[in-house]
Design a binder for this molecule. Structure first.
Ligand code: ZN
Length: 248
């Protein structure tokens, strides 16, 4: 049984504790990857994820199990150099079960009004973000996820961007974006060149596509980006679970 002694000493301790809590940073942790589902949008021409019943109690099996079929570029995923160069490293060569990137900055380009993201879009942000290990680009297209426009009519990244970033962001390891791909199906040749310039030129910059940046708490940062590959292996890309956290 708790004994209530409303002494002034106790009130003072409560007051001190309240002050201490006010001074503590809120523990912010934001999931920025989408769950994988059969209706997850995919790049034009890629197969949608399928779920089939493998074992079924109704059919006399002892349990229910499912068989998943999916492209490794489904949902929020990392593209690795092997995606565009045969001799480039794959997931097993570059990733561990948990990868961290700090500092990570989010750049909001949702108001830039052009379908192409170009080097000059980064110029105003350079002085504040050039130490980035990861950059996340918000185009604002997430509002249209679930519509056909999300899969066909979205901003793409100009092939000159990777070289510009390599020059002015010397520590950059990951370029993330909230679109299905850095490539838009209407400008495929530009998209191929952009992938090659990110992944095959040295040092490689990995590409994280279909990143969920819709949470209004995501400001410029700096954030800690934590990336957990769902699969490892000799793969050119891997779906990931990704989280943004404030540094402790
Ligand atoms: Zn991809």
């Amino acid at each position: 049984m708790v004994k209530h002694t409303n002494s002034s000493k106790q009130i003072e301790i409560f007051a001190q504790e309240n002050e201490r809590r006010k001074g503590m940073k809120k523990n912010v942790s934001i999931l920025i990857s989408y769950p994988l589902k059969t209706d997850t949008p995919v790049y034009s021409g890629s197969p949608k994820m399928k779920i089939e019943q493998h074992k079924s109690i109704a059919n006399g099996n002892s349990s229910n199990t499912s068989l998943l079929t999916l492209s490794n570029h489904t949902g929020t995923h990392l593209d690795l150099p092997r995606h565009f160069c045969d001799d480039g490293p794959a997931a097993d060569d570059m990733l561990s079960a948990r990868c961290e990137f700090f500092p990570t900055f989010c750049i909001d380009l949702s108001q830039n009004g052009r379908i192409a993201i170009r080097p000059e879009d980064f110029e105003d942000h350079l002085s504040d973000t050039c130490s980035a290990e990861a950059l996340l680009i918000k185009t604002g297209i997430a509002e249209r996820r679930g519509t056909s426009r999300y899969c066909s009519n979205y901003p793409y990244v100009d092939p000159d961007v990777p070289g510009f970033l390599r020059k002015f962001y010397p520590d950059l390891k990951v370029f993330g974006i909230d679109t299905l791909s850095v490539s838009n199906p209407t400008f495929r040749e530009m998209g191929r060149a952009c992938h090659r310039n990110f992944l095959c030129d040295k040092p490689s910059i990995l590409i994280m596509e279909d990143v969920n940046l819709s949470n209004s708490r995501i400001d410029r940062g700096p954030w800690v980006l934590k990336v957990f590959p769902v699969f490892l292996g000799n793969l050119d890309a891997v779906p990931v679970i990704s989280i943004l956290e404030l540094q402790e």
